[in-house]
Ligand binder design. Sequence first.
Ligand code: FAD
Length: 454
Amino acid sequence: MSNRTPNTPRNAESERPESTSRRDLLKLLGVGSVAAAAGGSILLPSTAHAVKTRARIVIAGSGAAGLAAANRLSRALDGATITVIDRRKEHIYQPGLTLVATGVWRPGKVVDANRRYMPSGVEWLDAMVAEFDPEANRVITDAGQTIPYDYLLVATGLKVDFGAIQGMSPDLIGREGIGCVYDNPDHAERTWQMIDRYVNQGGTGLFTRGPGGIKCAGAPLKVTMLTEDLATRRGRRSDLEMIYNSPSGGLFSQPDMDRFLREEFPSRDIAINWHHRLVGIEPELRRATFATPDGQARLDYDFIHVVPPMRAPDALANSALAWQSGPFADDGDWMEVDQHSMQHQRFPNVFGAGDCVGTPIGKTAASVKAQVPVAVDNMIAAIAERESTSTYDGYTSCPLITRLGRGILVEFDYALNMVPSFPFISPYSEHWVPWVMKDRMLLPAYNAMLRGRI
Ligand SMILES: Cc1cc2nc3c(=O)[nH]c(=O)nc-3n(C[C@H](O)[C@H](O)[C@H](O)COP(=O)(O)OP(=O)(O)OC[C@H]3O[C@@H](n4cnc5c(N)ncnc54)[C@H](O)[C@@H]3O)c2cc1C
């Protein structure tokens, strides 16, 4: 069980007692402790206890956080006008992209449709937010519409900044030995083609990681280890020189996992270049340039896994909602929220969740699962003019897949303490259960999260 202190739920009336069997199932799905983070038990808002209101609520973004929030709010409120703004129709199960890029899953398995999860009664605008204007309580869409709101939930995710690497463009993925697991199933599938060819042909493989806050910081590590495992299983390992390039002096923010990886990589003959940040690529020459403390270093490659820096989408980054100074402004113009309440610190009718927020913790679907109930609960408290007490303790998790069939379930919080949900799985060594979770169980759990059911 989690060793964290459960929070007091805001809206106790709207909670249903959870049956033991359901709780056990949720634990198996790897969501036991995130549920605790959301208030000590699973929060299932029911219309029977809905808060009556005429509030106008805008949700920017219909990804993991936006859909989960839309479902929860539409069940918890009676009479509110809820508008979701996002042009994207396809829903990508992003945690599955690592498995697509390493040949385990077919790309179709991660593609779904947002309409299947959009609650009825919600207005879904086929547009993007072009401008956030929190002083005037309105957003302006790229279609020129002005949408006023009483409450705003920002869930725009992030932008993978390919342009920050000189010579790099998404079109290059799948050519000249270039892969990148991020952004969409097409990139992941083309990355798999490059990895498959690299393993068969051999040579030097460079594995990179963008600096600062990136989504699923485990993904660059998983791609590295699954490539190494594939080469070993094919009997091709001795023909590969593999080099992981860390932009910092570490491999993982959680210290126990960092220690594990510092031993694991050398033991599998994966060399590590510390303080190597990818800044340029010359595809025809198959050469990459890294910024290092000693100046620029140029390395030749046969395969490179490019992981660009990531930042808030432009509309958010350029708005007053972004952090105006400090590490989260410098890193990626992330959205300013109180890291515990998910409420904006300067605009109290604005809340944020998901990859777009500037909080000192990993950007994962597990974070979304824990953040959304808190943001929604605190928005409802504001609407009902009650004191808000739901808090997010920074819970995040990553099934760190180390090889086919094995992984480590890493769960930690703002204090970087391990907070394991399962006493029978060590968070410090490889086990088959995290693999089964990643391969079989997390997708249905993710879809239940989108529906606001867990
Ligand atoms: C390769 C990879 C592996 C991962 N592995 C894991 C894992 O193992 N475990 C885990 O928990 N997490 C994992 N994640 C992370 C997880 O998928 C994300 O953290 C999660 O999807 C973030 O949800 P979100 O709602 O913040 O953003 P998204 O789901 O990306 O949604 C953002 C939405 O906002 C929309 N949007 C953007 N700009 C605007 C705008 N201006 N106006 C309106 N809408 C806008 C977009 O169109 C999009 O629909 C992984 C991610 C990747 C890429």
